[in-house]
Design a protein around this ligand. Structure first.
Ligand SMILES: *[C@@H]1O[C@H](CO)[C@@H](O)[C@H](O)[C@H]1NC(C)=O
Ligand SMILES: *[C@@H]1O[C@H](CO)[C@@H](O)[C@H](O)[C@H]1NC(C)=O
Ligand SMILES: *[C@@H]1O[C@H](CO)[C@@H](O)[C@H](O)[C@H]1NC(C)=O
Ligand SMILES: *[C@@H]1O[C@H](CO)[C@@H](O)[C@H](O)[C@H]1NC(C)=O
Length: 255
């Protein structure tokens, strides 16, 4: 009886771990900023915009007389003259900006954010959000697998709030190096030990006891009791891991 209880506990514990691990890995988790332009999701996934940090180019988009200039991952002392006429005063991008807004009407440049002000938001798809003084700018990171560069698209805007979209393969969530999570390592370890146990057990049963066929499976009575235990375990997990549910189900079965 005590033995059965122990086996029951082990099987339900395993089921609970697998069940909750499953929930955990499908969840869209927070992207934690690890360095400028780089954030880490769980399961070794990440977003890394730093490949767009090229000193010789910028991403820009013009809409309704306004041009947005984006210099990913760096601050640029921006002065587009003589390509564009720039008013001599009020250029707040000249001191360094990662995101700068040019106004065609009065030739002014407005700083919308420094590289260090770009924060990864946890909405989906991920957004790089800049807050600079009273100005808010969101750049939605739209994954474009086949596009090795990037293009900036205007979405909407008002005086102090701007929304852009950055299409790029670097906007995509990428898989990290094939490092294994703790969960996977434990799972592989368990599977290996189980394989050795089954194979070794079968050889011992065969050679020492002359067992044949299914008799070769070590602890056959235990393994044949698994389907029942799995049923109990499933009821237990679905019942929110409440021990009352299993005992009720068992009682119900007996009646
Ligand atoms: C705007 O971007 C284009 C490429 O998309 C580039 O050729 C052009 O030089 C940029 N404009 C400025 C003023 O940097
Ligand atoms: C981007 O490049 C500049 C030089 O071009 C460098 O100073 C800066 O650290 C780079 N930023 C990142 C996040 O790699
Ligand atoms: C532009 O600069 C002038 C003088 O430097 C200042 O009086 C004015 O308020 C500034 N305008 C804006 C919109 O910042
Ligand atoms: C330029 O125009 C914008 C609106 O179009 C305005 O907000 C800004 O204050 C103006 N800048 C100057 C220096 O006049």
């Amino acid at each position: 009886m005590a033995n059965l209880l122990l086996k029951n506990t082990i099987v339900t514990a395993l089921l609970c771990i697998l069940f909750f691990k499953g929930i955990n890995s499908t969840e869209d988790n927070a992207c934690i900023e690890t360095s400028l332009c780089h954030c880490a999701l769980n399961d070794n996934k990440y977003i890394d915009l730093s490949k767009l940090n090229k000193s010789d180019s910028n991403y820009n988009v013009t809409s309704l007389g306004f041009t947005y200039f984006f210099f990913p991952c760096r601050d640029v002392a921006f002065d587009p003259s003589p390509t564009l006429p720039v008013a001599k005063v009020n250029n707040t991008c000249i001191s360094g900006a990662s995101l700068c807004l040019y106004n065609e009407a009065n030739h002014t440049l407005t700083n919308l954010g420094l590289a260090s002000e770009g924060k990864f938001m946890n909405d989906y798809p991920k957004t790089l959000h800049f807050t600079h003084e009273n100005k808010e700018t969101s750049i939605v990171l739209e994954c474009a697998h086949d596009y090795p560069d990037a293009y900036l698209v205007y979405s909407s805007g008002s005086a102090n709030s701007h929304n852009l979209i950055l299409f790029s393969m670097y906007s995509c969530v990428q898989m990290g190096h094939p490092g294994l999570s703790i969960g996977s390592t434990i799972l592989i370890l368990c599977a290996t030990i189980f394989g050795v146990y089954l194979l070794g057990g079968a050889i011992i049963m065969h050679c020492l006891r002359g067992a044949r066929g299914s008799e070769m499976i070590p602890n056959l009575d235990f393994w044949s009791s698994i389907p029942g235990l799995v049923k109990d375990g499933t009821i237990f997990v679905l019942g929110g891991c409440n021990p009352m549910v299993v005992s009720n189900a068992e009682t119900y079965d007996r009646i």
